[in-house]
Design a protein around this ligand. Structure first.
Ligand code: 5RP
Length: 260
């Protein structure tokens, strides 16, 4: 079965599989969104169904909630959980300080709230997501629909004074209509190419009227689990400064691949 997965999917899978080792019985776990996070939800579901692990999951999107329920994870809201032991999520880019760009899947707002309400955030990523400097991936900014064009113009004006290479901002579309987030908002993708000062940019963008949140996750991620297509995984912990390497075997009869 694993032969049907592309190297990138194998990399995502092994990162997810290794990351669920951090989950312990009784934990309240934030469940990220995206293709890598979906592997993690499937791996967790397997632990719940086959090993009887008892966890409660707080999903970061309606699609993750749907998948979590499908695989047997008990889903609760963040307000019910109040605080989480751990969040595991994907990322679009991460740097050496484990600062992130997120929101490629359109769920950055719930993702940031959930990750911030967790003792620990673990990012799972294929090796291609690592960058020397954030910004090649367009930075998503969630804005309310009212006056979004004014917010866009204000963002572009603000960018003139900031240390970025590009300044184009585009409204994310879903076919012919604007993409609408779970909160009913729009997303502006900022094509910056390179962000000189991520901390400053994250703060300044959020001051603009109409902006709800941006996809820069600064000082939120604690651990990154990096997957490779050959099954190698690297676990980097920013707090302890440790790096561990591991290798995960693909099981030909792994149920997780069955419906892929
Ligand atoms: C969703 C996200 C995702 O975590 C990010 O886009 C990575 O997605 P994928 O695992 O599919 O590459 O931030 O809002």
């Amino acid at each position: 079965m694993s032969g049907e997965l592309s190297p990138i999917d194998k990399a995502k899978f092994v990162a997810a599989k290794r990351a669920v080792d951090f989950v312990e019985d009784g934990m309240r776990v934030g469940l990220g969104t995206g293709s890598t996070a979906a592997w993690m939800v499937r791996c967790l579901g397997e632990l719940v169904r086959e090993d009887g692990m008892q966890i409660k999951g707080v999903p970061t999107s309606t699609r993750t909630a749907e998948l979590a329920r499908q695989v047997g994870i008990e889903v609760i809201s963040l307000d019910e959980a109040k605080w989480l032991d751990l969040t595991i999520d994907g990322a679009d880019e991460f740097d050496a300080n484990l600062n992130l760009i997120k929101g490629g899947g359109g769920a950055l707002l719930q993702e940031k709230i959930v990750a911030t309400a967790s003792d620990q955030m673990i990012v799972i990523a294929d090796v291609a997501k690592e960058v020397a400097q954030l910004g090649a991936f367009p930075l998503p900014v969630e804005v309310i629909p009212f006056g979004w064009q004014t917010s866009k113009a204000l963002i572009e004006e603000t960018l003139i004074n900031l240390d970025v290479l590009g300044r184009d901002t585009t409204l994310r579309m879903n076919g012919d209509a604007p993409f609408v987030t779970d909160e009913g908002n729009y997303l502006l993708d900022m094509h910056l190419s390179r962000i000189g000062n991520v901390r400053q940019l994250a703060l300044v963008i959020n001051q603009i009227p109409g902006v709800v949140e941006n996809g820069l996750f600064i000082d939120i991620c604690d651990v990154v689990v990096i997957g490779h297509g050959d099954g190698k995984v690297e676990v980097r912990d920013i707090n302890t400064g440790t790096v561990e390497e591991d290798k995960i075997d693909f099981l030909e009869n792994d149920n997780l691949f069955a419906d892929f």
